[in-house]
Structures are given as structure tokens and as C-alpha cells.
Design a protein around this ligand. Sequence first.
Ligand code: SAJ
Length: 464
Amino acid sequence: MGYIIVLTAKLNAWAPSGKLEGDKVTKESDATIGIIGLGYVGLPTAIGFHDAGFTVWGVDVSQRTVDMVLQGKNPTGDPDVDDIVPQPGIEKWHITTSAAEAVPHCDVVLVTVPTPITHDLKPDLSYVEAAGRDVFNHIKKGSNTIVVLESTVYPGVTAQTWLPIIEELGLVIGEDVEIAYCPERFNPGDAAHGVRQVARVIGCSNPEVGAALVSLYSKLTTEDVRYVGKLEVAEAAKVIENVQRDINIALVNELARIFPALDVDVEDVLSAAATKWNFHRYTPGVGVGGHCIPVDPYYMIQRAADVGVPAGLITAARAVNRSMPSHVAGVVTDLMWNANVPAGEAKVLLLGWSYKAEVGDPRETPAEPLAATLLGKNISVGAWDPHIESTLYPEGVVAVDEITDAEGYDLVILATAHKACLEIDWKSLLTKMRTPLLYDGRRVLDLDKLESMGWKTHAVGKPV
Ligand code: SAJ
């Protein structure tokens, strides 16, 4: 009976209705939410629940992150978080490096830790395991704390990773702890799709817990929140959302290699096709970066391999997108040789380094393999990105602190479509170029206007 009373207490704490019949819990009871991992996902989530009126305990292993958040500063690279970090001294906002301190206070603990891939492209679940162990180690017996994984994984990870730990620690599902999965689903650098504006799905083996979490997350976001059944359904939904995106981008990247050979600009073709009501428009580029799209497909590939089912399309899409940096490096090398740039003296300037516009995040950025391929051809590489700290560039890449310092280059590649990159003084840069070659790696520049200025313009998917 203890279980039902405890869970009812939690249901009631979040239920939009009032007191439950014959129950001592009132609507005003204040659920406390723990968030483990205060990165791009965790910190906005913690802030969102705090703004929704909950008491929040935020935990991060990084003392630097904890110190910055406690000072009201934003340790992530997402500018949308800059102005919303609660200021020192605010109520119901507790930030610590210690799960031991935080977890006993929490009714629900959300785990928002990285799920990267290893160097040999396998899922790395070490953060999920470590965070789970840290939480379960400090759960009070009989508390029926609900622990929710939000990180992107493949179907089965939550149960396979956490249930053995729960059993090892002698915890009882339904009395001490419940586990659930609710994928994070928002887009860094896109205020329109923050934690309070995106639809969510909840997976859990216990429908009552699923209902409680629907009620909880409905206080966080204005969009649809639904219980979708067992953990694996929600885990699969999130990973295939990003698999689909990777495949769609791979299609336009493959077309960006085919159509120039037919003397046709792929952008003209895509724009024409986009006049059809159900054609989904994507844009070819120097490559696909970030901590989601180029990573998540490997989780699905691994899971399919585990059960002996081929994932040829998903694998092929990854191969196409991973090949774009070297493809672009080959194209621009030929452009420089054809412009009689002396071998061994060529200098290339990358405009933008971050994996996508308006964020300062170098994770899996295609700029890195692009630069490495150019350096491997004995071509010097400089990079200017106002969103990236100069210390983050890999060895061999010259950090250009001010775009006005850039001179003597033979080719400029727009690698990231930051507004700041698009709006540089192109005339001034042109006067400092040794060879006026320009390559639009994101198909966002007005090439005709730049040609009229004196640039020799080229672009991904455009016939040379
Ligand atoms: N990219 C292209 N062509 C496109 C779109 C993107 O080359 O048409 C490249 C980008 O330059 C970047 C990479 O792909 O290097 C990923 O871009 P993204 O726009 O998908 O941005 P992400 O990685 O931040 O993806 C997030 C994801 N959100 C979550 O996982 C919760 C993704 O599911 C979203 O669809 C995406 O934001 C979004 O923009 O909606």
C-alpha cells in the first residue's frame, strides 16, 4: 500500500486537479526536481522547471560549470541561455557537484548527460551508467523516486544500463525507484524550440508513472506531452527523429555531388522541387556536425546490429555526410591549382568553425576534418569564428582573432553560416586576398553580388 500512497503523493503534487479523495496530500505540495548534467540540455531544463515553480537541484561533475551557474552565468555555448540563468540567492534553486547532496531532496531526477560515440563510432554509454549509479546510490529506501533519462540513446539502453545497477544496490522498483525515458528535443540556438516550447513523449513500463510524468512535463512545456508506452518506444522515437534528418541531409549532399557533374546547380533543383507540397527542403553543406545528428544514427546502427538486422540506408547516409569535408577539400584544392596558386604556399581561411550557425559549439564540426584534409595537402589553414574561443582550434589551424587581420589568403570557405560571417566587410577582405577565391560551403551567400565585387565564387553543389 505504501507504494500507492507515495506515487499518489507524486501524482497529486503535479496533478492539475486538487486534493485526491481521502489522501493527506494537497495540491500545493511542492515536488522537487533534480537535473543531473547542466549542459545544453540540462541547464535550460533546470531553469525551465524552476521558472515553472518547482524547487530544483542541479548537479554537474564540473566545478567550473557549477561555479558559473551559481554566479548566474551561462557555461554552455548556447546564447539563448545567456540571460535566463537564475541570479545568486534566488529561492528554490540549488546547484552542486554532489548527487549525494541533491538526490535525497528530489521526487524526480532527470538525467541529461552526454551520449557521444567512441573513436570507432560505437555508442558511449559511460555517462549514462555513471550518472545512474550516482543517483541510485543516493536514493532513499521507500521514496519511490522517479528517475528519467532524457539523453538520446538507442531502444533498450535505459533498462539495460540502469536495471542491473538498481538490482545490485538492492533497490525495489515501485517502492524505492521508478525509471522512465523522456527524450530531450530542443535545438540549441533556436529560441522558438526551447524546453518550454517543444512536444515531449514519455516511455515507462508503469502507466501510472507515465501519467504522473505527463502531468509533470505538462507544467514545463506548452506543447503536447504524451505517454507512448514502454521505454523502448520513446527511446526509438527520439533516435529515429535524428536518423531521418541525417538521411535527408545525406540525400541533398549526394545530389550536391551529382548535379555539378551534369552542369546543374543543386540549389536550383532543390528550390524547384520545393514547390511541391510535400517536398522537404534541406541544404547541402561542407558536412553535418553537432552532438545529435552525426552521432545518433550510430546508436540505431549498433542496436540493429545487436539484433542482426542490416541498417544499410542509415549507414550509407552517415558515409555520405562524413565524406563531405574531404569532398569539399578536393574541390577547393583543384580550384586553387587551376588559379595557379603555388603548391606548398596555398592559404585557406575558414569563415566559421562551429557545427552550426549562432552557437559556439565545435563538437563533431565538419570544419575539423575539412581543415585536417587541407593541412594534409600542405595547405595552410586559418579560422575565424566569433562564437568560438581561439583555444578550441586544433593544432595547425591558425586562429584569426579579428577578420580585419586576415590577409594573404588564396581562398575563403564559408563553413558556418553565422550572421557575423555573412555580414563581414567582403570588399575589405577582397583587397587583402592574394587570390580572390570564395567557396560558399553552406549555400547562403549572394554569389552574384560577390562576383560583381571581384570575387571568383564557387559553392557546394554548384558547377565549377
Ligand atoms: N545541416 C545541413 N543541412 C541541413 C540541415 C542541417 O548540412 O539542411 C547541418 C548543420 O549545418 C549542422 C548539422 O547538419 O552541421 C546539424 O544541424 P541541425 O540543424 O540538425 O542542428 P542540431 O544538431 O542542433 O539538431 C537539433 C536536433 N534537436 C534535438 O536532437 C533535440 C534535431 O533533432 C533538430 O531537428 C534540429 O536541432 C533542428 O534544427 O530542428
